[in-house]
Design a protein around this ligand. Structure first.
Ligand SMILES: Nc1ncnc2c1ncn2[C@@H]1O[C@H](COP(=O)(O)OP(=O)(O)O)[C@@H](O)[C@H]1O
Ligand SMILES: [Mg+2]
Length: 216
C-alpha cells in the first residue's frame, strides 16, 4: 500500500479536487484506491455522497481520537493507494499526514498569495521529513487552476521550480473540475476526452513515477 497525502496551508487551492480526481484516474488503471477525508469540512465525503465515484471515501478525523488510532485506522485499509485529503492549515493532522505519506502533494494556484502559502507549507513539510533521516518520502508541488492565457499562468511552473522541489505537470483552471464535484464523479470517468481528464492522466503518470522513486 502506498500513501499520498495532499496538504496546503491555504484553503480553496484544489486539495480535494486533486485527491478525488487522481483517485479516479488510479482506479481507471486498475488499482484499488481509497480517499481518506481528514478534513472536518467533509468536502471529499460530500463529493462521494451520490455514490457514483466507484471508490470509497472514508471520513477519518484526527480530532475524534488519538494519533495512534487515526494512523491505525488508515493503515489497516486494504487499497493499493490511499489518498489523504487534509484541511487547510499546518495543524496536527497536517503533520500526521506528512509522516505517514510516501508522497506529499502541495497544490498551488497562480496567485502570489498561493505561492507564498506553498513556500510556507513546503518548509514545514521538509522540516517534518528531516526529523526522520530514513524517510524516502517524495514531495511534489502541483500547479492548479492555471490559466495559460495569463502571465501568472505562464510563469507558475518556473516560480514553483525555484522553491527547489519537484513540480508536477499542471492542472488548468477548468469548469470540468467544478462540474465533476457537482455531479459526484471524477473527470476521467465523466468526461474522458476532456482536457481536464487528459491533464489528470498526465499528472497521474508523474505521481506513479514519484511513488516508485520513494521505494514504497
Ligand atoms: N483546476 C480547477 N479549475 C477550476 N476550478 C477548480 C479547480 N480546482 C479546484 N477548483 C474549484 O475551486 C474550489 C476549491 O477547490 P477544493 O478542491 O475544494 O480546494 P481545497 O480542498 O484546497 O479547499 C472548488 O469550488 C473547486 O471546484
Ligand atoms: Mg478540501
Amino acid at each position: 500500500m502506498q500513501v499520498i497525502s495532499i496538504v496546503q496551508q491555504k484553503g480553496g487551492v484544489g486539495k480535494t479536487t486533486l485527491a478525488i480526481n487522481v483517485a479516479g484516474a488510479l482506479k481507471q488503471r486498475g488499482l484499488s484506491v481509497m480517499v481518506v477525508d481528514a478534513d472536518p469540512q467533509g468536502s471529499a465525503t460530500a463529493w462521494a455522497f451520490p455514490r457514483k465515484l466507484g471508490f470509497e471515501v472514508k471520513a477519518e478525523l484526527l480530532a475524534n481520537g488519538t494519533l495512534s488510532i487515526w494512523l491505525r485506522n488508515i493503515l489497516k485499509q486494504r487499497a493499493d493507494v490511499i489518498l489523504i485529503d487534509t484541511p487547510a492549515g499546518l495543524s496536527s493532522v497536517f503533520r500526521a499526514a506528512v509522516d505517514v505519506a510516501d508522497l506529499v502533494l502541495i497544490p498551488c494556484g497562480p496567485s502570489s498569495l498561493d505561492i507564498n502559502a506553498a513556500r510556507t507549507t513546503l518548509l514545514n513539510v521538509v522540516s517534518a521529513l528531516r526529523s526522520d533521516a530514513r524517510s524516502r518520502t517524495q514531495i511534489a508541488i502541483v500547479p492548479t487552476r492555471v490559466d495559460v492565457r495569463t502571465p501568472e499562468g505562464q510563469q507558475i511552473t518556473d516560480e514553483l521550480s525555484a522553491l527547489g522541489e519537484n513540480v508536477s505537470p499542471p492542472l488548468s483552471h477548468d469548469v470540468y473540475f467544478v462540474r465533476a464535484f457537482t455531479q459526484g464523479v471524477s473527470v476521467t470517468a465523466a468526461a474522458p476526452a476532456s482536457n481536464a481528464a487528459q491533464e489528470i492522466k498526465v499528472l497521474t503518470d508523474f505521481l506513479l513515477e514519484s511513488l516508485a522513486a520513494s521505494g514504497a
